[in-house]
Design a protein around this ligand. Sequence first.
Ligand SMILES: *Cc1c(COP(=O)(O)O)cnc(C)c1O
Length: 397
Amino acid sequence: MTTAPKDQTPASYSVETELVVAGRDPARFDGFVNVPIVRGSTVLSPTVAGLEGHTGRYTYGRRGNPTVEALEQALTVIEGGAGVVLTPSGLSAVSVGLLSVLAAGDHLLMTDSAYQPTRHFCNGVLRRYGIETTYYDPLIGADIAGLIRPNTRAIFMESPGSQSFEMQDVPAIVEVARAHDIVTLIDNTWATPLFFRPHDVGVDLSIQAGTKYLSGHSDLNIGTISANARTFAQVKQTHGDLGITVAPEDAFLGSRGLRTMAVRLARHQESALTLAHWLASRPEVLHVLHPALPEHPGHALWKRDFKGASGLFSIILKPVPKAATDAFLDSLALFGLGYSWGGFESLAIPFDCSTYRTATTWEPGGPGIRLHIGLEGTDDLIADLEQGLSRLRRMAR
Ligand SMILES: *Cc1c(COP(=O)(O)O)cnc(C)c1O
């Protein structure tokens, strides 16, 4: 092979094909299919002129690395933006994204359904640096116009919320933001660009905790920020000025995850729907919070804007004592009790949004449990939940 597959037919492949070919360059690496892990800080220049003129492809490890660049380039194709930068975690992708577009004296509108550590960043670091955050109802839609102040500089979305699963009307919010010259950001970890491409509806910064589905194997923390032409230069500059780097090993694992992302997500989607329907039929369950179920309040928005649903959703149990939900969770064999999600394995955690919401109240009518449906057989997962629910019933009596 003398040229990379990507160079032969640009801009004409399906996303499944791009996931396989994007960012690879076998001709450059002696035919090896994958871009190798290149470790290094110092990059040598053959001459003073080359050193001073920065004529080399790379100048310094922090400023550019082949393994890191390969993943950035692949994700730029998948996201459909102007460029991508990588960060060492999903949360640092959120923080670097916000720091890229905000300055002292600015006002930020943040969805009340945001990932909790995102709130901590706003209430801590951003406040300390003179940036004020107002939380808004995730269901606000175009009415967000009423919250805009002269110094409102950015609107941050997360859709669906990763515990409570409210769907946001992203295009409506973007339209209002554009009319006021306000930058929009979204935490798109749940959908990934395979099921929703934020740039296609005008969102400026599309953020992923690559820790979840990009990695897919629970062995990596990484974050990705994709920016459009309007914002990429300031994101790249801020990321560089902050000295953010990602280890080449981590970038390599990200690229490896990318190749199988479409098949993994298809299975996560199918299995999660099977489990969601089964749970909806159970007498112990009050609600299933899954946007792809027709009874979900955000279903119409999901259907209009998204191409699919991933493996994460929540259930609200009918009221039972905490000891009963604890016994249910403790009894599960295939669902691990742990934070994070997006890996090959199933997970379960209890959650309660009422402890941190400020713009909305959270009164779902019973205890909340979030489930991540992994790649195990669905019959085994159902059997595991079934024995857990019978234990819950015994404890609830
Ligand atoms: C996990 C997660 C993050 C943060 O990712 P880390 O790699 O753990 O920092 C951000 N947003 C959402 C929605 C997440 O689920």
